[in-house]
Design a protein around this ligand. Structure first.
Ligand code: SAM
Length: 244
């Protein structure tokens, strides 16, 4: 049926493309893609040939109305280069405008690096805050970190190898010695997850630009409240936690 299908694709391992995702991709009229070379490779590997419409930050405003018009008469899929569209990737305005135009919208859920990394970090998952990519300029980055320092939640950030060292250093400066994890190459051959306090991670990656794609997870602010002498309940909680 006509409409917009938000289709998640693998973040490394092709086996993570769901049968439903493959089935939808094989019957849509066009696939809105970030980079047609990347999606062409995926389609080739699963033996599908469908027309693609480039849809990325630089042409989105121009292309969007035409895509919306097509969704009214036939099915259109949106994919990104990897993972779940709209998550640090283009698409939210397409969904917004499709919604406004009364187009049926559905999602084929699947891989998302942020969620996959969260499940590997061994840090609290009950409340988390997704930051996407931090600004690359030092001052803006420090400001962005200061803005979230008081949030009582685990933080999730996307990062690239060359910037990892600087980012960890800034995080350690802005957030102190919280527990954290660097999760790399999820679902690929060299998947790796390194957990340590932020200053240790900053030291470890100071002169090391690891290859591949990276998610940084930072645990929530510590139990400082529990060591506040006026917080009797907190003290009791800490004492009980240390009982044999
Ligand atoms: N929409 C995607 C998703 O659902 O995860 C994210 C797109 S964003 C442009 C790309 C970033 O996601 C990378 O720089 C990296 O931080 C993270 N990422 C993507 N694939 C990954 C993987 N296999 N392992 C670790 N991080 C990954």
């Amino acid at each position: 049926p006509p409409g917009l299908y938000i289709v998640a694709t693998p973040i490394g391992n092709l086996g993570d493309l769901s049968p439903r995702a493959a089935s939808v991709l094989s019957r849509v009229e066009t696939i809105a893609v970030e980079d047609s070379r990347v999606t062409a490779k995926l389609l080739q590997r699963i033996g599908i040939r469908r027309p693609m419409t480039p849809y990325h930050d630089h042409n989105a405003d121009k292309v969007r109305p035409g895509l919306i018009a097509r969704m009214a008469s036939g099915p259109v899929a949106l994919v990104s280069d990897a993972g779940t569209p709209l998550i640090s990737d283009p698409g939210y305005k397409l969904v917004r405008d499709a919604r406004a135009a009364g187009i049926a919208i559905t999602t084929i859920p699947g891989p998302c690096a942020a969620i996959a990394a969260l499940t590997l970090a061994g840090l609290p998952t009950d409340r988390f805050f997704f930051l996407g990519f931090l600004p690359s300029k030092e001052k803006a980055r420090a400001e962005a970190i200061a803005e979230v320092a008081a949030i009582k939640a685990t933080l999730i950030l996307y990062e690239s190898g060359p910037r990892l060292g600087a980012t960890l250093k800034a995080l350690a400066q802005g957030l102190g010695d919280r527990e954290a994890a660097v999760v790399r190459e999820i679902s690929k051959t060299f998947e790796e997850s390194v957990a340590a306090p932020l200053p240790d991670l900053a030291a470890r990656y100071a002169d090391l630009a690891p290859k591949g794609e990276i998610v940084v997870i930072v645990g929530p602010p510590g139990e400082q409240a529990a060591t506040d002498p006026s917080d009797a309940e907190g003290l009791l909680r800490v004492a009980l936690a240390h009982m044999p």
